[in-house]
Design a binder for this molecule. Structure first.
Ligand SMILES: [Zn+2]
Length: 114
């Protein structure tokens, strides 16, 4: 399950930030997850609950923003909203497009308890 490795990576980032700031726990964490990333929300939630046990994030409130995707058609250059990878271009119907937004997976902010 690759969501677990993503969660572990996020916990790593958050904990090292918290430690740097001299915190004892993370109070709140905000994440941006692109709708075109490969993260499956339910699997992610499940992995999160397992992985945060006994970490500084165990009692952290988690806010997850699912960021909409955006693609640019490589045929005609139209930029359009993408809900899934390989959505066709609404202007010319081409399936050739590059994803310009929506693949991100990042820690947006962390609030800590010190
Ligand atoms: Zn097009």
């Amino acid at each position: 399950m690759h969501e677990l490795s993503i969660v572990l990576n996020i916990i790593d980032i958050a904990e090292s930030e918290a430690v740097k700031a001299g915190a004892v726990a993370v109070k709140r964490i905000e994440l941006d997850i692109g709708k075109l990333s490969t993260v499956e929300p339910m699997a992610f939630d499940f992995a999160w609950k397992q992985a945060v046990r006994s970490t500084m994030l165990e009692h952290a409130e988690r806010v997850t923003n699912y960021v909409s995707g955006k693609g640019r058609c490589t045929e005609c250059g139209t930029v359009f909203g993408m809900n899934e990878l390989y959505d066709p271009c609404p202007a010319c119907g081409s399936f050739l497009s590059e994803v310009i937004e929506g693949r991100e997976l990042q820690v947006k902010s962390i609030n800590i308890d010190s």
